[in-house]
Design a protein around this ligand. Structure first.
Ligand code: NAP
Length: 282
């Protein structure tokens, strides 16, 4: 197939490497000329340009720009695009993107390859990033079935496991397992920093070890990504935070009332059921 990729960073670059490996012809578009040059040097694409109209003759286009630019990129793209061309995106939040993009382009299929690293930009692109990772596809009732199938086949060829669901279910699920943990973890760090007793604060910093390292990791990540999650997945994240607040209040109440048996029951349940998220039944 002839494949276009817009946004040659971590995700777009990694897709290019794998798709070329599978024998496809890949054309790239990025914002900077220097990134386009680098993409050719690294073998990510056969040709690259800063001009979006260079993708007029491809079969499918992956929009891999930062999330806030996906819709405006599609708007620029569709002016001279043949209606047969499938357009998909890789954005980490789906509801607002799928709503806007499907209204603009009938042949739009929302997608989210759930793989990544802490790095960004073209130098972070790597082969096999999507192997054994989930690839979520979020069609609407109107999405052409054949276009969904083509995207599924491509994602499968990368070694990904395909999941199909509505954009809303995707956003609520990632709010629980990805976006909520970032906010909780950030709140943990901020709460500890709120200790007013200088000696205690310093001692806590000196004593912090593996438990703190594990629970604070995602709260100490890229602030831009955290803001993106909150901005584009506000409703689902607030729903998850409300559930979390309720849970926290119940735990505080048990501790305050010294209901140790009840607290132990809860902690036994969480100990047993954590595995449902870490290695779920298929
Ligand atoms: P990234 O490494 O920063 O790559 C995005 C690239 O887009 C940049 O390197 C930039 O390249 C290019 N770009 C920026 N504005 C552009 C424009 N107007 N037109 C064309 N290209 C433009 O970010 P990423 O991590 O790959 O994320 C990209 C998308 O993947 C996001 O929508 C994100 O939600 C999604 N996603 C990310 C992850 C993750 O873990 N990172 C996982 C799954 C999905 P130049 O400026 O160098 O040209």
């Amino acid at each position: 197939m002839k494949i276009g990729i817009i946004g040659l960073g971590l995700i777009g670059g990694s897709l290019g490497l794998d798709l070329r490996d599978r024998g496809h012809i890949v054309f790239g578009v990025s914002r900077k000329e220097s990134t386009c040059q680098r993409a050719i040097e690294k073998g990510i694409v056969e040709q690259a340009s800063i001009n979006i109209s260079s993708l007029a003759n491809v079969d499918i286009i992956f929009i891999c720009t930062p999330i806030g630019l996906i819709y405006s990129t599609l708007k620029q793209l569709v002016t001279d695009l043949n209606p047969e061309v499938i357009v998909t995106d890789v954005g980490s939040v789906k509801t607002p993107i799928v709503q806007q993009c499907s209204a603009l382009w009938d042949n739009f299929v929302g997608g989210h390859p759930m793989a990544g690293t802490a790095e960004q930009g073209i130098e972070a692109a790597q082969k096999n990033l999507f192997k054994n990772a989930p690839y979520v596809i979020t069609p609407t009732e109107k999405t052409p079935k054949n276009s969904i199938k083509i995207l599924e086949n491509l994602a499968q060829s990368l070694g990904s496991t395909i999941y199909n669901c509505s954009p809303e279910s995707h956003d609520q699920a990632v709010a629980w397992i990805s976006h909520l943990p970032v906010i909780i973890s950030a709140s943990l760090i901020a709460s500890c920093l709120g200790e007013t007793e200088e000696i205690v604060l310093k001692l806590a910093q000196q004593l912090a070890s593996s438990g703190f390292r594990d629970t604070s990791r995602v709260g100490g990540g890229n602030p831009e990504l955290g803001v993106m999650m909150a901005k584009y997945n506000k409703t689902a994240l607030l729903h998850a935070l409300q559930g979390y607040r309720q849970q926290l209040e119940q735990i505080m109440d048990k501790i305050d009332k010294e209901q140790w048996d009840s607290l132990e029951e809860l902690l036994t349940m969480t100990q047993e059921r954590r595995s449902l998220f870490i290695s779920p039944p298929q």
